[in-house]
Design a protein around this ligand. Sequence first.
Ligand code: FAD
Length: 639
Amino acid sequence: MSSRDSRDRELGMGRKITRRDFLNGVSLAVGSSMLASSAGQIFALDGPESAYQPEKNPKYYPPALMGMRGNHDGTFTYAHKLRDGDFWNDAAKPEDTGEKYDLVVVGGGISGLAAAYFFRQQAGPKSRILILDNHDDFGGHAKRNEFRVGNRLLLSNGGTQSIENPSDYSDVSKRLLKDLGIETQRFYKDYDQKLYAELKTACFFDHETFGEDRLVPGMGSTPWPELVKQTPLSEVARRDIVRLYTAKTDYLAGLSREEKRARLAKISYADFLTKVCAAHPDVLPFFQTYTHDLWAVGIDGISALACYENPDDYHAMSYAGFDGLGLGEVEEEEPYIFHFPDGNASIARLLVRSLVPGSISGQTMEDVVTARCDYGRLDNAGAAVRIRLNTTAVRARHAGPTESAKEVEVAYMRGDKLLSAKGTICVLACYNMMIPYLCPELPEPQKDALHLGVKEPFIYTHVALQNWTPFHKLGIQQIVSPGSYHCLTKLDFPVSIGEYQFPSKPEEPMVLFMLRTPCKPRLPRRDQYRLGRYELMTTPFPTFERNIRDQLQRMLGPAGFDSARDIAGITVNRWAHGYAYEYNSLSDPDLPLEQRPYVIGRKQFGRISIANSDAAASAYSNAAIDQAYRAIQEQIKNA
Ligand SMILES: Cc1cc2nc3c(=O)[nH]c(=O)nc-3n(C[C@H](O)[C@H](O)[C@H](O)COP(=O)(O)OP(=O)(O)OC[C@H]3O[C@@H](n4cnc5c(N)ncnc54)[C@H](O)[C@@H]3O)c2cc1C
């Protein structure tokens, strides 16, 4: 047996947890088109008419799937063919389903669902709406992950995590949350802010990057001079980290506050540390991933100003070097507590509950958390609103000249069939960079602008554990690990809502969140995202699994953790097309609003309007909602 085989055995790679626990051992299939994750999970359907209606199978329940989720296999096949010019050929002609709607929405994320909601609110409850999405579940990034460990149901967010700073939401977004029954103030009660109060942040130094494996608890809480002594960092790195965090030096002395800000806007945080603060380059590996969570690239790709303005105190990763610059106070944000157990999937589920009566039972923000969605009801003939999953739109075209057409024909792939439906209007709430392929008739400058929005890739991994006693024993709630495969590992958010009770005792099963950002340091930011996406699409599930098991074993093994014994389930949410591309003073020109690519890109095109958070270049749920509202208003105004 090779040393790799024996290490795999130790880590439990042979244990079929992802398959054994999957849907309690039941497997499902989708007729001729297979929706298989790389973990080997397959939907199987029986019955003749099931080929195009996998969701009608009573066993169809995507939230409980483990293995490779997020942009799962089967979602991008046709989209990539379209991109590569391989989709349309002379023989490709959509079969007309004869379906006619008042509105067809492409994209069943929060933006697409909100567009349907706003349209129905204004056009009336009888409006007929079709929503298409290429995933096996609705919600876009706002997805729900479920685990069952023993008899315990554990929930987590497959993507979109929390409602961030709800008091900054626009009136439109605030009103929508309220209409859906979401009272954000409730989280002050539902989120247990005391449970982890005594638990610290640790930093894990890995052998490959820092010369030895060592877990050092106390990051952000132990005084820096004491903390660095426990690390394997070089003498010079320790000295400079202490200086950066404790000396209140004005490294930009002589400049006015505005001049300082202008300078920081044009220098990366990495260069700020080494060139402005004169820190030794040995400090860089320690700070490298501080920016990953928010921007999906390291400190080489983000301006020092952006870091200064967005301190990540939540993960005990506050940025060093700014204290003596006299830049003034950074505006304080609301606490990061507005979190449903499945993240903002609850927003998506509340929207679906409202749009498709009977799909998700209950009436309140509490009961939605544990209510099971009946996927079989989402696309019922005769219903006013239909949500068609596992369906990729491949074209949205006016039926006639753009100026005078009365309808938009939307062609889509469902299973292996090319079909079409018509809408009086159409909202494209899908990834905006795909729109030039869906609507080749768009003006060239608009298509060029849309192409510039390169989405930011992410991996949100969730690992179900039998218990979290090693964390309790170490006195920690999260681990920052700048050199490891995943750069952050943390216990799930302590939220109990309605019947859902958070595992508050260390002996109880727990979901761990692990973050990986597959960027490529020092390349231009868009290239880092493109190459990161390539890495994501070409990494098989067993590689993720091996890295997850290995990393957890190395970080927590000394506290009694055993990867082979303690891991009960793994879900890797692969967001190859993750955050909307956000503008950054380091790599993007400071253009007036009307000249910004996302503003040019989202222009109305006849009966077609463009939504999605991409249309605001802002990776937040409120941006997705606001853009949906704008898109619907454009069409209603012109009706
Ligand atoms: C990992 C992660 C964590 C996040 N965390 C937060 C957070 O904590 N708070 C926050 O406010 N925001 C967060 N966001 C940002 C998040 O993107 C937004 O909050 C919001 O959910 C975006 O919604 P959307 O509808 O605009 O886009 P999406 O959620 O991307 O939905 C668009 C949908 O359109 C589908 N689609 C694309 N092309 C086609 C096609 N041709 N045919 C059919 N369907 C298509 C897509 O597959 C997708 O399902 C996070 C994002 C990611 C990736």
